[in-house]
Design a protein around this ligand. Structure first.
Ligand code: NAD
Length: 271
């Protein structure tokens, strides 16, 4: 898509990948940027850097997403690019995680993307222009050890983006879709996870950890080039190919990996 002179909204834009994305978009010529985050002060600070608008928004509520789109359009006109970047890691664990934690992770990591599309699509399809981007994760393509709600909701986020692209992104629609699936990116989210769960270093050591700026650079390039699946880590493509080529072998490798993680957790608990 043409970024020069466009209007973009970035959720979760106050920190990490989102803040780097805001700066990269401004550098690529996006002239009207709305930074939305549950941390309103930090959103305003990042927005001020690019002469944009910072708003306090909790993407886990549909009315707040609708209000975000309405506010952005009232100030800057139709949204050209909407980036659903806000996300949470959710708790460590699996079926034992409480329903309340499952629900919150589901709303922020998945429903927020659906609510954004619900509000944006009628206008974009009528104008025959616009782009909806979502940040999922490599954990949405390849199951992630440790954090079941994260892996499940990120798989769903990939499915949401694919469904939207299949249904509304045909060659004549004028509307584009993209899904960003990074692996380790050095941000507060990754730092918190590493502090809270010592074995996470193993889980996230399966590839390089890149900077938020490097992630944002790959993301902006992918959006500008109208690519659907945007990867910032080449190894993710390799892992996907291995999984598709021999699922049983891939699962066996993941089970051995999980055994190493269990051992690291046991050692950390004992020390
Ligand atoms: N860091 C990684 O290694 C990594 C890897 C793959 C995918 N991702 C994804 O990238 C995205 C950005 O993550 P990050 O690493 O930059 O994390 P981060 O914690 O640095 O930033 C996330 C931002 O989202 C905001 N946020 C959280 N919940 C919100 C809500 N309900 N409403 C509005 N804003 C909310 C936070 O306040 C924060 O500013 C997330 O979707 C994450 O799942 C991160």
């Amino acid at each position: 898509m043409e970024l020069q002179g466009s209007h973009a909204v970035v959720t979760g834009g106050a920190s990490g990948i989102g803040a780097a994305l805001v700066r990269r978009l401004a550098g690529a010529g996006v002239s009207r940027i709305v930074v939305a985050d549950i941390d309103g002060d930090a959103a305003q600070a990042v927005a001020a850097e690019v002469g944009g608008l910072g708003l306090k928004v909790d993407v886990g509520h549909e009315e707040e997403i609708a209000g975000l789109v309405d506010s952005a359009e009232a100030v800057y006109g139709p949204v050209d690019l909407f980036c659903s970047n806000a996300g949470i890691a959710g708790p460590y664990g699996g079926p034992e995680v409480t329903d309340a934690d499952w629900q919150r992770t589901w709303e922020i990591n998945v429903m927020a993307h659906i609510w954004a599309a619900r509000r944006l699509l009628p206008g974009m399809l009528e104008r025959r222009s616009g782009h909806i981007n979502s940040t999922a994760s490599a954990a949405g393509l390849l199951a992630n050890p440790g954090l079941m709600p994260y892996s499940v909701t990120k798989h769903a986020a990939v499915a949401v983006a694919e469904w939207l692209a299949i249904t509304y992104g045909g060659p004549d629609s004028g509307v584009g879709f993209s899904c960003f699936c990074p692996q380790g990116v050095a941000t507060p989210m990754l730092e918190t996870w590493r502090e809270e769960d010592p074995s996470s270093r193993l889980a996230s050591a399966s590839g390089d950890t890149i900077s938020a700026d490097e992630a944002a650079e790959a993301l902006v390039r992918g959006i500008a080039e109208d690519r659907f699946l945007i990867l910032s880590h080449a190894e993710v493509q390799t892992y996907m190919q291995r999984k598709v080529a021999d699922n049983e072998r891939w699962l066996g490798g993941m089970q051995r990996f999980q055994a190493q993680i269990d051992q690291a957790r046991a050692e950390a608990a004992g020390s």
